[in-house]
Design a protein. Structure first.
Length: 289
């Protein structure tokens, strides 16, 4: 029989067989291949950096985005709660309270300085030079009065000149608030008489004598006074010299203005509040009849 004529070249058969063998060969190679996961991750990281893929960056603050609630729910006026009301008042009043506290401290410093000046002026005209010293310790005014011209040697009797000074001082202290501590001090020379068994008795009696004169006029309330005797336990100078012992024999008046602020408490804060800084009320409270 005669062979059928075709238009396909003979070499196409060989080429088709070759392509089929190559495909099978690469499929076989792929089936035997193993992927190194660590190496693949490193290569992928380098590629991501090279092509500018976005990386994870630590956020220094909370991003301000669109709330999902606003996208999927219709807006409505929420009911006021106690938590929201407290947070609103705390955030608005905290700077104001801090400012009021600074004003109170400034007033106490100024009041202490003015009181020290008034007492110093009064002592300069009534006592010998160098007989009294005045110090300001925070909100306290400390007045140290030596034995010279105030008490007789070895007794607790107030001299007439010192009594007049104490009466004037009582009128001055009655105009300022705070507690007044009266402390008696002696030197280390022992004393034992029919009236005083030791320096403890002498220091306490001198402090009590000063307190009696201060309250005798009635201008100064007795509950503001504190009387203490320290004998020779708190010397200012050495007891080895006459000058040092004379400096240690003294009476100290400590006017504590800080105690007056603590006693007044919230009343002082309320008195300093301006009319425009009243606590803000919530809408519910303002709308109630």
């Amino acid at each position: 029989m005669a062979q059928k004529q075709t238009n396909i070249p003979a070499w196409m058969i060989t080429y088709a067989d070759l392509m089929s063998l190559l495909l099978c060969f690469f499929v076989l190679l792929l089936s035997f291949a193993e992927i190194d996961a660590e190496k693949f991750r490193r290569v992928a990281d380098e590629l991501s950096k090279a092509f500018g893929v976005q990386r994870d960056i630590e956020a220094m603050q909370i991003p301000m985005g669109t709330s999902a609630v606003k996208q999927h729910f219709s807006p409505a006026v929420p009911d006021r709660t106690l938590i929201n009301e407290v947070r609103q008042q705390t955030q608005q009043q905290q700077p104001q309270l801090e400012s009021i506290r600074n004003v109170l401290e400034t007033q106490r410093h100024l009041q202490s300085f003015q009181l020290a000046q008034s007492v110093e002026k009064l002592l300069e005209t009534s006592l010998p030079e160098g007989a009294a010293k005045i110090d300001i310790d925070q909100f306290r005014v400390v007045v140290r009065i030596s034995e010279n011209g105030t008490f007789g040697s070895g007794n607790a009797t107030v001299t007439p000149a010192f009594e007049d000074l104490l009466q004037s001082l009582a009128t001055l202290l009655a105009e300022v608030p705070g507690t007044i501590s009266i402390d008696g001090h002696t030197d280390d020379v022992p004393i034992r008489t029919s009236q005083f068994r030791s320096n403890w008795d002498l220091s306490a009696m001198r402090a009590a004598s000063v307190a009696n004169v201060l309250t005798a006029t009635g201008a100064l309330a007795s509950e503001r006074l504190i009387v203490q005797g320290f004998a020779d336990t708190r010397p200012l100078a050495s007891n080895l010299t006459n000058e040092g012992r004379a400096e240690n024999r003294r009476v100290e008046l400590m006017i504590d203005l800080d105690a007056a602020i603590e006693e007044r408490g919230e009343r002082s804060v309320e008195s300093l509040q301006p009319a425009s800084s009243a606590p803000i009320e919530s809408d519910e409270t303002a709308s109630s009849p």
